[in-house]
Each structure stands twice: as C-alpha cells, then as structure tokens.
Write a protein that binds this ligand. Structure first.
Ligand code: ATP
Ligand code: MG
Length: 417
C-alpha cells in the first residue's frame, strides 16, 4: 500500500540519526551563542509571496522546487524552502530593524521538490545564522569564522574546503551583467532553455547552472573580478585579509555565484568531494538589498545555512551520551521496589533502564545490549540484609552495596560513552 511508505524524498529520522542531528544542532547553537547569536524559529509555511518576491523568479527554487498550495481560505502558502526569506519577514513584521545589529541562529526542516539522491531530500533540515545591520566586512568574517569553528568542532573540517568569491556591489554587478549578456548572446544556440530565460532576467544565475552544455560555456565566460569597482575590490580584499588574520584557509573561486537573487559582495561555500554532486555542505553570503526589497528599512545582512543530512554523512564519531544503569528485579516480589529505586535515581539525574522481561540472565543480556554501564540487581536474600548486587558491565566485576547508600555507590558509573 503506497501510503505505508514515506513520501518520495522524505525520510524517517530514527534514533541513531536523530542523535547526530541533535548533536550537530546543539553544538551549532552553542557555538553561535559564543558569537552572540540567539536562537529563533519562524513558521514552516509563509505566504508564497515571501519566497517568490525574494528568491527571484528565475531561481531553481521558485521555478521548480517550491511546495505551494492553497489553504481552505484560498491563500497561496509555501512550505519554506530556505530560512533567510522567513527570517527577514520576521524582522520586518516585528519591527526589529530599529534594534540593529541582530544576530540569529535557526534550525528546522526545509522543503524543496528536487530529485532525491544521497544527501538530497525533499524534506531536509538546515541550521543557519543571519547577521543583520552591519555593512562592514567584519560581519562577513564573523559568520564565516562561526561556520569554520563549527566544522572544526564537528571534526569534519579535514574533508572540507572554504571557497569564496565576491559578487561586488550593485554598480559592478550591473557592469558585469552587460558583459555576460553579450557573451552568452553570442552563444545563445548552445544555452539550455532554462538559461535562455535567465539571460533576459538574471544572467548571473547562468553561472550557477548544472546543465553540462551550460557548464562548458561557463568555463570560458568572462570573469567577474575584472569588472569590480574599487569599493567592491576593497571590500573583498578586507574580507580576505581578516580571514588570513584568523588563519582561516580559503580558496578564491572566481566562478562561485549563489543561486538566489539577493546576494552581493561576499559569497562562500564550504565544500567536500566526499558527497558526489552534493558537495556543498554549508553555503552563504551577503544580502544587503533583501530587507528593503521586501518593504522594510534598508538593512544589510549576511548569513549561511548548512544541511544536517549532509553534515551527518561526514561525521565519523558517534556523539557521546550518558550510558544508562539497569535496575533488575530478580523476581516479581521486587518489582515495586525496582520502580521506586528507578524513579529516585532518575530524579538524581541517572539514565535508568528497568528490566522486567525474562529470567535474570535474559535481563542482564538485554541491559548489556542497551550498552548499560552497570546493573543493580535486586534479589530477595540480599535485600533482607539491606544490600543489592551491582554488576559492572565493563569490568565484569560483581559486588554488593548498601541499599541505603546506593546513590554514592553508583556515582562512578554515571559516565558518558
Ligand atoms: P545544491 O547546489 O546542492 O542544490 P543549494 O545551493 O540549493 O545546494 P542552499 O540553498 O545554499 O543549497 O542551501 C544550503 C545548504 O542546505 C546546502 O549547502 C546543503 O547542505 C543543504 N541543502 C540544500 N538543498 C538540500 C536538499 N534538497 N537536501 C538536503 N540538503 C540540502
Ligand atoms: Mg539546490
């Protein structure tokens, strides 16, 4: 029955993967906090206009990937395909442009109708940051430094390189745009249909095309850097200098553009070759015109987003977690005592597994399988003497402890793995 399968491109997140998502998300939130970013959450759906007006009507997201539907009152709504447009809408709706600078961290599901592959889903999860209100290059460097620190802390940075580029200011972009239009017009017959449309509306977008025919033309296309004005050059040089000062290594990729309309100046991607065509794990840039374009006060912004599924694929080590302790009653008579000990220990902060099923040896085996650190065995004879048995699963040692002093006897087993 079709409805017993998850919808194509979606997946259930079972405990092992969920632990990874939570590990990455929590680490990202805490590193973001060190940089002064506070966590927020915007709705999972917005009026379709929020995305249509900002992402650009030639972007892949708007033309092909959005989950748009009418609700019962006839409103056109869209499941969010990315975070920045929603955060910008939030800033305007809440009048927050009066309180600059603003620094936000977010995490949550995003939705894009794409061809599912390893590391590419229709419902996926992103973490991201946005820094608003600072037009100087130091803001670009702050968000890149934050990303770099996170990837290092996740121990994935060995496989990842940072690529950066500049898309210049508006004057430079308009200049370059003309040069690009001339170049691609000369090769119009070799362009993909999508790119012919982009040629009129947003030729820079062609540089981000994944079409193999387009890629060949792009390789020989004029490079942006030659058309930067001095303001754009100074800005980019300053970003690079500050990254050098922080010893953050990067590679300038003159072909790097971002797929959305609202980017200018800095664009960057942290890439790996370990994930095939899904090589970009974290990507972002500066979007100074966005909030004004949405109808808010002119407010500069810079930020990035990263996919949790792609990051998870790169993480080698299992996140640590506190190993549980098993409470094992030997017979039915000890069940009530087992529950009350378990509850008390949980109040004290222990992770406790209660074992009821099967004989004693089955209960011990199950506790071992759950990677319990130790078991407290409640047997009738020992309890009569006011004692319980303790089995250390790591050393195999078996000992006795006073029931009244159980807490202190278990302290040494309250460990992570
Ligand atoms: P791509 O070129 O791989 O399609 P993108 O440019 O569309 O990526 P962004 O919009 O910059 O991606 O999103 C930022 C990050 O979110 C990506 O680097 C990636 O890690 C993740 N991401 C984007 N789309 C998906 C998806 N469909 N499934 C899983 N992760 C995704
Ligand atoms: Mg994409």
């Amino acid at each position: 029955m079709a409805c017993l399968q998850p919808v194509r491109g979606t997946h259930d997140i079972l405990p092992k993967e969920f632990r990874l998502h939570r590990f990455i998300g929590d680490l990202a939130a805490s590193i973001a906090e060190r940089f002064g970013f506070e966590e927020i959450e915007t709705p999972i759906f917005e009026f379709s206009e929020v995305f249509e007006r900002t992402l650009g009507d030639t972007s892949d997201i708007v033309t092909k990937e959005m989950y748009t539907f009418q609700d019962k009152s006839g409103e056109s709504l869209t499941l969010r395909p990315e975070g920045t447009a929603g955060v910008s809408r939030m800033i305007i709706s809440n009048g927050l442009t009066q309180k600059l600078p603003l620094k936000y961290f977010y995490r949550g599901p995003m939705f894009r109708y794409e061809r599912p592959q390893k590391g590419r889903y229709r419902q996926f999860h992103q973490i991201g940051v946005e820094l608003l209100g600072i037009s100087q290059p130091q803001a670009d460097v702050e968000v890149i430094a934050l990303a770099n620190m996170l990837l290092k802390a996740l121990e994935v940075s060995g496989n990842i390189t940072l690529e950066i580029n500049t898309l210049g200011n508006l004057v430079s972009r308009n200049h370059y745009r003309k040069v690009l239009v001339d170049y691609f017009n000369d090769h119009r017959e070799d362009l993909s249909e999508d790119s012919i449309l982009r040629l009129d509306k947003n030729p820079l977008r062609i540089l981000d095309s994944k079409d193999p025919g387009d890629r060949k033309l792009i390789e020989r296309a004029p490079i942006f850097n030659k058309y930067l004005d001095s303001e754009s050059e100074i800005f980019f040089a300053s970003v690079c200098r500050k990254l050098d000062a922080l010893s953050i290594s990067y590679h300038v990729n003159e072909r790097l553009v971002r797929g959305l309309d609202y980017y200018g100046h800095t664009a960057f991607e942290f890439k790996t070759d370990a994930l095939g065509a899904q090589g970009t794990v974290l990507a972002g840039g500066r979007y100074d015109g966005l909030i004004a374009q949405m109808g808010g006060h002119d407010t500069p912004g810079v930020g990035w987003a990263a996919g949790l599924e792609r990051l998870s694929l790169l993480i080698k080590k299992e996140p640590t977690r506190k190993r549980p302790i098993a409470i094992i009653p030997v017979a039915t008579e000890q069940h009530d005592l087992a529950i009350s000990i378990a509850n008390r220990m949980r109040e004290e902060g222990y992770n406790i597994e209660l074992a009821y099923q099967g004989n004693l040896s089955k209960r011990l085996k199950r506790a071992n399988r759950l990677s319990c650190r130790a078991a407290v065995i409640l047997g009738g004879d020992e309890l009569e003497r006011g004692k319980v048995g303790i089995r250390d699963f790591d050393s195999g040692e078996q000992m006795e402890a006073e029931l009244g002093a159980l807490s202190s006897s278990l302290l040494k087993f309250n460990s992570d793995c």
